[in-house]
Design a binder for this molecule. Structure first.
Ligand SMILES: Cc1cc2nc3c(=O)[nH]c(=O)nc-3n(C[C@H](O)[C@H](O)[C@H](O)COP(=O)(O)OP(=O)(O)OC[C@H]3O[C@@H](n4cnc5c(N)ncnc54)[C@H](O)[C@@H]3O)c2cc1C
Length: 464
């Protein structure tokens, strides 16, 4: 079927080749009009893949506009392919903004800065520091692109901090008709609000302006404690620490607690992130699971005794050096956000289920806080939230585990992270997103023909 489709597309495109002969030979549009060279695509975990008709990286805005106007079939924008869910796969055209990178403008008074939408988050910190700015918070990796991160409401942790999307003050969007829209609180305001978390369903974002702050240093402190004690101390831990989270070790009574706080202390020597505390810890736990899972009581005892060998050293550095970790082990992930007040009960119920059903997993559960925002499709719209995620090593089956846990999230009114695995469709999602119709209206107006809709988005939005 793929071959037939390619031939048909090839014939259609041969007819328009002449019309675009004036374009540079290496423009994305020129590639689109040539015979398709099928290059498979897969995401970071390997759980999603497809064989698109074309994978393009337009050179500039004009090139992108032409690609969107001329591509027959579906178009899906892609960032760094770090989403676990099927947001990107298509047999149409995958468009990367890898040529739309770097700092474009900055304002020292308002501390706002505009970047090309394809800029990897890892490249933003040093550039921002040079112009006296820093991101207000960051996720636990920095491999994402800026547009990819805001499109799924990617977040870090901290009761006082929204996701990245909450810090967006303006963006440029190319619609399905190839129209270029400048969007902010005063220009195309409704589109702006929807496009701050859009799953790439409204068009292609080309520039993003962020509200930043002055550069700062962070101290990272990590310690192991009983999960139940950490849950009892939640109020204190989240009040006293700018950013706090815990990684709960399944089949044990303990969790790794991490606190990040601003400091003026001297930087500690930089470390290889792959060698960082959390990664070494995970490697030991993986080995223990391999030999211990047939002996649950012994496994719990061994895992609990890890606290005696864990030796965590504080790290101090620029904020952008301390927030991200290196994820050296591949995994699949499901994450839901529940109203902050339900976080502890939800987590306790998941831990109980894992123990009672002896669910096969060793990857820690992540427990974080995110502040409410006012973006229709953000997981944090209208409510301070607790985000809880479950992971499974990419070589271990995640289906049974995630299927067992997911109903607990539903019970607490959870909203799935758009970039992570879940099984909800439009009918379910509409119930937990009060401003669902607001987004649906904007999407319908901008893309009535569904040019940016793949199979996954079709199920999420309930459109053909
Ligand atoms: C190891 C790992 C750690 C993670 N840690 C966190 C974390 O700490 N916090 C968290 O919240 N999430 C986390 N995630 C999830 C990740 O941040 C999101 O899935 C994010 O969207 C990935 O960004 P990306 O650049 O890879 O985008 P992709 O996965 O490539 O795309 C994501 C979405 O953005 C859209 N998109 C991309 N570019 C554009 C564009 N230019 N215009 C319009 N739409 C666009 C795509 O169509 C898609 O819908 C993690 C994922 C992994 C694999």
């Amino acid at each position: 079927m793929m071959i037939d489709l390619s031939r048909r597309q090839l014939l259609q495109r041969t007819a328009v080749v002449g019309a675009f002969a004036a374009l540079s030979s290496n423009s994305a549009l020129a590639q689109l009009t040539r015979a398709p060279r099928l290059i498979p695509w897969h995401n970071w975990s390997g759980g999603q893949s497809c064989l698109p008709l074309a994978r393009l990286a337009p050179n500039d805005l004009d090139d992108l506009v032409q690609v969107i106007r001329q591509a027959s079939g579906k178009i899906r924008p892609v960032g760094s392919a770090h989403s676990f869910s099927a947001l990107v796969p298509t047999d149409g055209t995958i468009v990367s903004l890898s040529n739309f990178t770097g700092l474009l403008e900055h304002d020292s008074n308002s501390l706002q800065a505009e970047f090309g939408a394809g800029t990897p988050m890892s490249q933003m910190g040093p550039v921002l520091k040079d112009v006296g700015q820093a991101l207000q918070n960051m996720a636990d990796i920095d491999y994402q692109t800026l547009a990819g991160a805001i499109s799924t409401s990617t977040h870090g942790t901290g009761k006082g901090f929204t996701s990245y999307s909450g810090f967006v003050t303006g963006l440029q969007l190319v619609t399905a008709q190839g129209e270029v829209l400048e969007c902010d609180a005063t220009r195309n305001a409704e589109v702006f609000n929807a496009a701050r978390v859009s799953l790439g369903a409204l068009g292609v974002v080309t520039k993003v302006r962020m509200q930043n702050r002055a550069p700062y240093r962070l101290r990272e402190r990590q310690w192991i404690a009983k999960t139940e004690e950490l849950l009892e101390d939640l109020e204190k831990n989240t009040r006293e620490n700018q950013h706090w989270e815990m990684l709960v070790l399944p089949h044990s009574d303990y969790a790794l607690s991490t606190a990040l706080n601003e400091t003026s202390d001297q930087e500690t020597p930089p470390i290889d992130l792959a060698e960082a505390n959390g990664n070494q810890f995970a490697t030991i736990v993986e080995k223990l699971d391999k030999y211990g899972s047939d002996f649950p009581e012994a496994r719990r005892m061994l895992l609990n005794s890890l606290r005696f060998i864990a030796d965590f050293k504080d790290r101090v550095g620029e904020s952008f050096q301390i927030y991200p970790s290196a994820r050296t082990l591949r995994f699949n992930e499901m994450e839901y956000s529940v109203p902050a007040e339900h976080g502890p009960a939800c987590l306790r119920e998941i831990i109980k289920l894992i123990d009672e059903q002896d669910l096969r997993t060793w990857f820690p559960l992540e427990y974080r806080y995110v502040k409410a925002d006012n973006i229709p499709l953000s997981m944090f719209e209208g409510r301070d939230s607790c985000s809880i995620s479950v992971h499974q090593h990419y070589q271990m089956d995640h289906h049974n585990y995630f299927a067992a846990v997911e109903p607990i999230f539903w019970k607490y009114g959870g909203r799935p992270h758009w970039g992570k695995l879940h099984t909800l469709n439009a009918r379910n999602l509409e119930q937990v997103y009060p401003r669902w119709q607001e987004f649906a209206r904007v999407r319908q107006a901008l893309d009535p023909g569904g040019k940016f809709i793949n199979a996954h988005l079709s199920s999420i939005f309930g459109v053909a």
